[in-house]
Ligand binder design. Sequence first.
Ligand SMILES: Nc1ncnc2c1ncn2[C@@H]1O[C@H](COP(=O)(O)OP(=O)(O)OP(=O)(O)O)[C@@H](O)[C@H]1O
Ligand SMILES: [Mg+2]
Length: 312
Amino acid sequence: MTIPLPASVDEALALLTRGNYVADRSLATALFLALKLKRPLFLEGEAGVGKTEIAKVLSETLGRRLLRLQCYEGLDASSAVYEWNYARQMMEIRLVEATGSREGGGQDRDTLAADLFSERFLVKRPLLQALEPDPAGPPVLLIDELDRTDEPFEAYLLEILSDYQVSIPEFGTVHAPEPPVVILTSNRTREIHDALKRRCFYHWVDYPSAAREREIVAVKAPQADARLAAQVVGFVQSLRGMDLYKAPGVAETLDWAQALVELDQLELEPSVINDTLGTLLKYQDDIARIQGSEAARILTQVKTELAATTAR
Ligand SMILES: Nc1ncnc2c1ncn2[C@@H]1O[C@H](COP(=O)(O)OP(=O)(O)OP(=O)(O)O)[C@@H](O)[C@H]1O
Ligand SMILES: [Mg+2]
């Protein structure tokens, strides 16, 4: 039995919540519309803000298969869509040759050619798999980090996402009976072509507000004490306001909270911050800038702000 798609923005929000994803209303709205109108959802945002996670959560909560295409420079159709299994085809030819000469007859050429280009020898990659019918409903197709591929691949993708079909010259056309749920993500290391964006619902996944990030920590790192979680979030949010080479994402917040739990910390202290900054910042220049007096200054400021909000 297929799990029905959300029928409203509230239901889309509830669906994400069920998958332990803390979303705001604008994301739930974009998701609801993309699902309802069967359009791909294009998620752009900084690293570690929860773009990939949305596709995983959708596949889990909708009970659909997750097909993931990780993009990289030089990605081509044979890795993304299909290729023929040449090794097996060669073996088949040898086998037919061998039995043919033994039995004095063998398969005629046309039958052999048709057989060699049948489904048996077709290696299906994620984009082709996503077009196949599935009793659980159309799969979730995650096209992750699209900005890492090149423009020719983008154009090719545009073609597939336009009519959800792939034509394989030796085999025929594979057409999806129902479009898959498509999630595209980009870290915006380059701009994605307008033509592709136009096909999709676009949503910018921003860093969460402090309140939402505390909720995320509560859901994903529940072992962290509430006071520790509030301080961690306050500290990370301050870092995001500074001009760092690479600001920490939600992934880093969670890693840091988990690291502090492992160290049995009930609250932040300057020395522990210095020793664990590597879970939060991944560039030595950023670490050198924050370590020491700057970390202590931010911590004092965070504690003062938190005390003021609790007093209110
Ligand atoms: N709103 C959220 N609710 C729950 N978990 C979240 C949320 N945002 C981020 N996370 C968690 O943060 C981590 C990073 O998320 P994810 O990998 O999806 O980020 P991303 O945007 O795809 O990053 P990148 O651009 O580096 O691939 C995951 O463990 C995810 O569970
Ligand atoms: Mg990702």
